[in-house]
Design a protein around this ligand. Structure first.
Ligand SMILES: Nc1nc2c(ncn2[C@@H]2O[C@H](COP(=O)(O)OP(=O)(O)OP(=O)(O)O)[C@@H](O)[C@H]2O)c(=O)[nH]1
Ligand SMILES: [Zn+2]
Length: 213
């Protein structure tokens, strides 16, 4: 199979230093593509017909992209932009788009993450929080583990007075196959520190449901 390796899975040049991924791994692309050529045949398709000729390679590249989080160190992302600051109120970053893949069916689940922390000496660059979400989401996941991994990474790296994570997702394995429930949304949450207190948790929940307009 002729593999075109000109594209990079990430165009995030500024991530140099904490992202280990470079270009698509040509050997892996070729090997995954060969398997998919066989899978297409097994499904009754003709992998040699024009529309499918490049499909095995496209799938292989898509899968590498969708799992590139394994090559990212989420703690290093936070460490790259931690600043000493005397601010101890809740910081909330909400409505962060999440795209992940369920580890049971390799089908997408997607939705939003809402994250808060209460600084204790350090704040973190705001963009780093969605970057941490992506680093864990771009792996094979279950929503519960994704939620806990984000919480633990922020707590252990930034050491704030508390972390709150709420994730709401639709799972395509429950919508387009299986039980086929199109509208069900799964909500998971994880808290540390100050968020154990009812009032703090309630403030977070109020802030993530409040609208800007
Ligand atoms: N807890 C949890 N379950 C998930 C997640 N993503 C998918 N699942 C579930 O994983 C389960 C796998 O169950 P199995 O019975 O082994 O698989 P299955 O026969 O395909 O199940 P059905 O989806 O019910 O047809 C299903 O109930 C899925 O809904 C997730 O993020 N968290
Ligand atoms: Zn699934």
């Amino acid at each position: 199979m002729n593999i075109n390796n000109n594209e990079a899975p990430l165009d995030d040049e500024e991530l140099d230093g904490y992202v280990k991924i470079d270009r698509y791994n040509t050997d892996k692309i070729e090997s995954i593509a060969n398997h998919y050529e066989d899978i297409l045949s097994q499904l009754g398709e003709n992998p040699k017909r024009q529309g499918l000729l490049k499909t095995p390679e496209r799938i292989a590249k898509a899968l590498q992209y969708l799992t590139h989080g394994y090559d990212i160190d989420p703690a290093a992302i936070l460490k790259s932009a931690m600043f000493e600051e005397d601010y101890s109120q809740m910081v909330v970053v909400k409505d962060i788009e999440v795209y992940s893949m369920c580890e049971h069916h390799l089908l997408p689940f997607f939705g939003k993450a809402h994250i808060a922390y209460i600084p204790k000496g350090h704040i973190v660059g705001l963009s780093k929080i969605p970057r941490v979400v992506d680093a864990f989401a771009r792996r094979l996941q279950v929503q519960e583990r994704l939620t806990n991994e984000i919480r633990d990474c922020i707590q252990e790296t930034l050491n704030p007075a508390g972390v709150a994570v709420v994730i709401e997702c639709k799972h395509l394995c429950m919508a387009m196959r299986g039980i086929q429930k199109q509208n069900s949304v799964t909500t998971t949450s994880a808290f540390t520190g100050e968020f154990a207190h009812e009032r703090t948790r309630a403030e977070f929940l109020r802030l993530i449901t409040a609208s800007l307009d």
